[in-house]
Write a protein that binds this ligand. Structure first.
Ligand code: COA
Length: 255
């Protein structure tokens, strides 16, 4: 893997997009490596939470690599979006292990789309976020037109996409695009602290919660029905036995 770095410590896998000289722009190779890294982390028994971040202090990801698609035809554009959504963005969102985006600078275009595909986001105070695609004559293609309205509401998403502007971390926090804003130095430690809280909980229940929450945003799926199914399935898990036994025995559960 030449464009990303992966490290696992204390059951937390950090995946760092590592093209700082290109502000971590997502070229084809990086998307493919990220896709593989998510698969591996999901399969890895030593991983309970995944943190996504960018190398350097300037950018999380400054977007899809503009050089790569500048001469694409409509068919190639369609294929780029379809493959990207399938191989990476939808995979991150559907990952059965919690994925936190540590937004450490510019998160633009595909970068903000990647952060939005994560289950939640923490930003550094100097982060800047936006979907500038219409300034390039194109629209967001990695789920941005869908996930931004889900997170911040239709009107705010319309404004951000139409103006192609950037918002700062404070505004992103105000509109619910990021959950916390901290300094660059505190960014990874804060994400690790959140991950440690998550790790205390049942991995099987966390996976079920991710499924049920995502179901509510899936077209043609009844989220309440999905919740009932996911809730019921929890009763058949060893985690449920452990969690309820631990409570009744007045001890901490061992998940
Ligand atoms: N695709 C390809 N290369 C990119 C890139 C992208 N999305 N974003 C940044 N880069 C490259 C630049 O081309 C430059 O490479 P070079 O040194 O070989 O010329 C390098 O990263 C540094 O970027 P630069 O523009 O010099 O930094 P800056 O501090 O002046 O500006 C940004 C930072 C983020 C404002 C600016 O890079 C930018 O607007 N990037 C594109 C954002 C965008 O439109 N993203 C959506 C794509 S769909």
């Amino acid at each position: 893997m030449s464009n990303i770095l992966v490290s696992t410590e204390n059951e937390i896998t950090t995946i760092t997009i590592n093209r700082p000289d290109k502000l971590n722009a997502l070229n084809k190779q990086t998307i493919s490596e990220l896709s593989q890294a998510i698969d591996q982390a999901e399969d890895d028994e030593d991983t309970r939470v995944i943190i996504l971040t960018g190398a350097g202090e300037k950018a999380f990801v400054a977007g899809a690599d503009i050089k790569e698609f500048a001469d694409f035809t409509p068919e190639q554009g369609k294929e780029l979006a379809a493959k990207g959504q399938h191989d990476l963005f939808d995979k991150v969102e559907a990952c059965s292990k919690p994925v936190i985006a540590a937004v450490n600078g510019f998160a633009l275009g595909g970068g903000l789309e990647l952060a939005m595909a994560a289950h939640f986001r923490v930003a550094s105070g100097d982060a800047r976020m936006g979907l500038p695609e219409v300034s390039l004559g194109v629209i967001p293609g990695y789920g941005g037109t869908q996930r931004l309205p889900q997170l911040v509401g239709k009107g705010r998403a319309m404004e951000m996409i139409m103006t192609a502007g950037m918002i700062n971390a404070g505004r992103a926090h105000e509109i619910g695009l990021v959950n916390h804003v901290v300094t660059q130095e505190e960014l990874l430690p804060t994400c690790i602290q959140l991950a440690q809280k998550i790790i205390k909980n049942s991995p099987m229940a966390l996976a079920a919660a991710i499924d049920a929450i995502n179901a509510g945003f899936a077209v043609g799926v009844d989220g309440y029905r999905a919740e009932i199914d996911c809730f019921g399935a929890c009763f058949g898990t060893t985690d449920f036995q452990e969690g309820t036994s631990a409570f009744l025995e007045k001890r901490k559960p061992q998940f």
